[in-house]
Design a protein around this ligand. Structure first.
Ligand code: BG6
Length: 514
């Protein structure tokens, strides 16, 4: 008779086999920054809560401050409860905290990498990380290239002996096409494309990931998802906050660079892509890439007609007073940087030819809302000619990304009564109501996928470059013609009037945000 003895494990470490990420170390460059304490560590905590992290796991923070493991742990511990969404379980934090380590040093000093190499070597035996390492570059973009180069020179990017080495890079990936190409070239000298994970936190949002499921796991939408049935698509990404303390960064970037070639183009590519041949990372990204390449890069003349920029002036939002953008901390008093962009884009493809994609995005707007509206064409004939019905409500399919998460379909229905009247009604799916709210930071899935080696939700070099190729002409025209009327919208409004004109000229209007 064989007796099998098992040693009981603490509850938080029980996990279902097959889904747990492989043993590894996660190295965070820039560990002293906000991203680490607000998003990355809470996301790892949530992964541990979902029993998706292995016992053989370690976190190594790298930053300039002269701390040791204990000091860094204490720093994180002081704030973790505040940043973990949902309830905080101290015993779970203990489990994670015991795996936290620290290396002090400058990102451009060779000694930092010597110390890191030593630390990773120790963790291979003390934590059984098997040499698998994910490097998270939560640093200023100037360090991306140098860190990647150092990793290669020290052999830290080397994947021999069955171990994997990957890096995650945060945006901005360059500030125009030329710098994006240079950055890609620099990264690709140090690592293979398969090792590079360019993160876009919009792809961490459930509602964004759901676009693929919605389109391709249901048979009823795809047949009408094209120019025959869709009149146009509009995307609103509005924020109520101003630039807050990020004036210094933001003023050099501007709204276009900050939001459009990354977050908004990701949304467009998911909405507009062809069905991939499989859900393998490159099959999906090939189709996204094709859409991005098919977005028409505007001529200077088209930029003047199809792109609108704005900058906010003082105003009130939800009882908060905002000062002029130009009076914000870190912003020059004569700044010509845009805090609002609206654009009309064309996708030169068989499916979308003639279907405009309108986008508007900005800071200090009337409401916080990210939504994508697919507006369908009206019926070919208004059968209700001899009735009191003058016009029909358009059919809108709205993907609510945030803060409400869900999908709604608007259609016309007869209003009860003797007269024929039609009202617009919504069929609504609400994520939280249906599935219950899952407290998350938005980084869980992305970190998990990177540790699993799944690149589907990460941007490939060609996608980044295709996006900049569309935005570059706009940047050029705007740089050549400094804005004359900034500030041109009031904080708390929906942006400059020209953003409405953009659609009005085509006989359309922005869907009122509810
Ligand atoms: C960031 C931008 O990438 O996205 C910020 O740099 C912006 O300016 C933020 O506020 C918006 O993200 P979210 O998830 O709040 O829509």
């Amino acid at each position: 008779m064989t007796t099998v003895t098992t040693s009981p494990r603490p509850a938080v470490q029980e996990r279902s086999a097959g889904h747990v990420v492989p043993p590894c170390a996660l190295v965070i460059f820039g560990a002293a920054g906000d991203l680490t304490k607000r998003k990355l560590i809470p996301a790892l905590y949530n992964l541990a809560r979902q029993k998706l992290l292995p016992d053989d796991f370690a976190i190594v923070g790298v930053a300039r401050a002269a701390l040791d493991d204990a000091g860094f742990r204490a720093q994180l511990a002081a704030e973790i409860a505040r940043f973990v969404p949902g309830t905080f379980a101290p015993e779970l934090w203990k489990w994670l905290e015991s795996r936290v380590h620290y290396v002090a040093g400058n990102f451009s000093d060779a000694e930092t990498f010597t110390a890191l190499e030593k630390k990773l070597g120790e963790l291979e035996t003390s934590r059984w990380t098997r040499g698998n390492t994910l490097f998270y570059l939560a640093t200023a973009p100037d360090f991306f290239g140098p860190i990647a180069r150092m990793l290669r020179e020290r052999g830290l990017a080397d994947e021999s002996h069955g171990r994997w080495r990957r890096i995650i890079v945060e945006k901005p990936f360059g500030r125009d096409l030329a710098s994006a190409k240079a950055l890609n070239a620099e990264l690709l000298q140090a690592l293979g494309e398969k090792q590079i994970y360019r993160i876009d936190h919009y792809l961490g949002k459930e509602t964004v990931q759901n676009i693929l499921v919605f389109r391709f796991a249901n048979g009823i939408f795809e047949p009408i998802w094209n120019r025959r049935y869709v009149d146009h698509v509009q995307i609103t990404v509005s924020e109520t906050l101003g630039v807050e303390k990020r004036g210094g960064y933001y003023d050099r970037a501007g709204c276009l660079r900050d939001m459009v070639p990354n977050h908004i183009f990701q949304l467009i590519s998911l909405v507009a892509m062809e069905p991939p041949i499989s859900f393998a990372a490159d099959a999906v990204r090939d189709e996204q890439s094709k859409v991005l390449r098919a977005i028409h890069a505007p001529t200077p003349e088209e930029v003047l007609h199809n792109a609108v920029r704005g900058q906010y002036g003082a105003g009130t939002i939800d009882g908060r007073n905002l000062v002029d953008y130009r009076a914000e901390q870190g912003v020059p008093p004569n700044s010509g940087t845009e805090t609002f962009v609206a654009m009309k884009l064309a996708i030169d493809s068989w499916r979308w030819n003639g279907v405009p994609f309108y986008l508007r995005v900005g800071k200090a707007l009337a409401a916080r809302k990210t939504e994508i509206t697919i507006r369908f064409r009206k019926p070919p004939l208004v059968l209700f000619r001899d009735t009191s019905i003058a016009d029909l409500h358009p059919n809108d399919l709205v993907i609510h990304v945030q803060p409400k998460e869900g999908i709604s379909l608007r259609f016309g229905a007869k209003i009860p009564g003797a007269q024929l009247k039609i009202g617009g009604v919504d069929m609504d799916f609400d994520y939280a109501e249906h599935f219950g709210a899952t407290p998350a930071t938005g980084y869980e899935r992305l970190l998990y996928d990177a540790m699993q080696g799944d690149q589907t939700l990460f941007q490939r070099a060609d996608m980044v470059e295709a996006s900049w190729a569309v935005v570059d002409p706009v940047l050029d025209v705007w740089q050549a013609l400094p804005p004359r009327e900034f500030p041109n919208y009031r904080a708390g409004s929906w942006g400059p009037r020209e953003a409405d004109h953009l659609l009005e000229l085509d006989g359309r209007s922005w869907r009122p945000v509810d």
